[in-house]
Ligand binder design. Structure first.
Ligand SMILES: CC(C)(COP(=O)(O)OP(=O)(O)OC[C@H]1O[C@@H](n2cnc3c(N)ncnc32)[C@H](O)[C@@H]1OP(=O)(O)O)[C@@H](O)C(=O)NCCC(=O)NCCS
Length: 247
């Protein structure tokens, strides 16, 4: 079995094991400003406030807050389904040393390693939460033409076609596919751009993993990975998802 089994168009027909939420810049801006003034918004836990108050770049703080707003909406819904009513500030979204996000509850319970994914772009925050038996990775990027040097570094020959030079949507989509898979696998910065590849196969793409990305995937039990790419005005939101092998 290999991860190439599902091509992008086929995946669209599958039932989705995840939910998405987006927070827009105007939702996060007042909260970020409040933090900058030295106050803790109710919506954040003490641990989150400690992180948010240390950012030196205002844009980073705004986007970080936006992603947490989006994630808390999803997690509140998820917990309510289980009969657990928590205030947003009682859900603490933290990061493992490698960057992977997870949620901590007031009693110390840790949830979400692999089932929660965050992304930010142009002031927006995005979150995906999946079923406990699944894994999810999310990436949100603003559509923009990428410099030639970046494209040459990012895209392997097998992923590139001359028409892509004039297609910023496809350039951005390819990047989000790679980032979404990197987050699903939890590789962080331990993989190169070409270790997660999406070679063109006619009009569709198939996932191909190499080196450490392949090792991470095998460690997860070599699950089939599925994808959705959602263009939203000038942004692309891509979700990678898979069933955990121990299901
Ligand atoms: C950090 C990284 C996961 C994504 O960074 P990015 O695209 O610049 O930023 P995004 O806003 O889309 O995502 C950031 C979020 O990724 C999440 N993240 C970070 N490390 C992660 C990991 N190891 N596993 C899963 N999620 C991770 C975090 O939740 C982070 O948001 P937070 O800091 O607010 O909690 C990482 O892939 C990266 O920096 N890549 C750079 C290039 C690269 O090597 N790509 C490999 C793919 S080919």
């Amino acid at each position: 079995m290999n991860p190439q089994e599902t091509t992008l168009p086929e995946a669209a027909a599958l039932e989705k094991p995840y939910r998405l939420n987006l927070a827009n810049p105007s939702e996060a801006e007042p909260l970020a400003a409040y933090i900058e003034e030295g106050f803790k918004p109710e919506v954040l836990s003490a641990a989150e406030y400690a992180v948010a108050s240390k950012f030196t770049v205002a844009k980073r703080r705004r986007e970080w807050v936006a992603a947490r707003l989006a994630a808390k909406r999803l997690l509140s819904w998820r917990f309510q389904q289980a009969g657990l009513y928590l205030k947003p500030g009682e859900i603490s979204i933290e990061n493992r040393p490698d960057g992977m996000p997870f949620a901590r509850l007031p009693d110390g319970t840790v949830l979400g390693e692999g089932t929660l994914s965050l992304s930010h772009s142009s002031g927006w925050g995005a979150a995906a939460v999946c079923e406990p038996w699944a894994l999810v990775g999310l990436d949100l990027e603003t559509v923009a033409p990428r410099p030639k040097s970046f494209l040459e570094t990012m895209a392997h020959d097998s992923e590139w076609a001359p028409w892509m030079q004039a297609d910023p949507v496809e350039q951005t989509r390819l990047w989000t596919l790679k980032e979404a898979v990197a987050k699903l696998l939890g590789t962080g910065l331990s993989v190169g751009f070409w270790d997660i590849r999406f070679p063109l196969d006619g009009e569709s793409r198939r996932l191909e993993l190499h080196n450490n990305a392949k090792a991470c995937w095998e460690k997860l039990g070599s699950p089939a990975v599925h994808f959705d790419s959602k263009p939203d005005e000038d942004r692309i939101l891509t979700v990678a998802y898979a069933a955990r092998s121990e299901r």
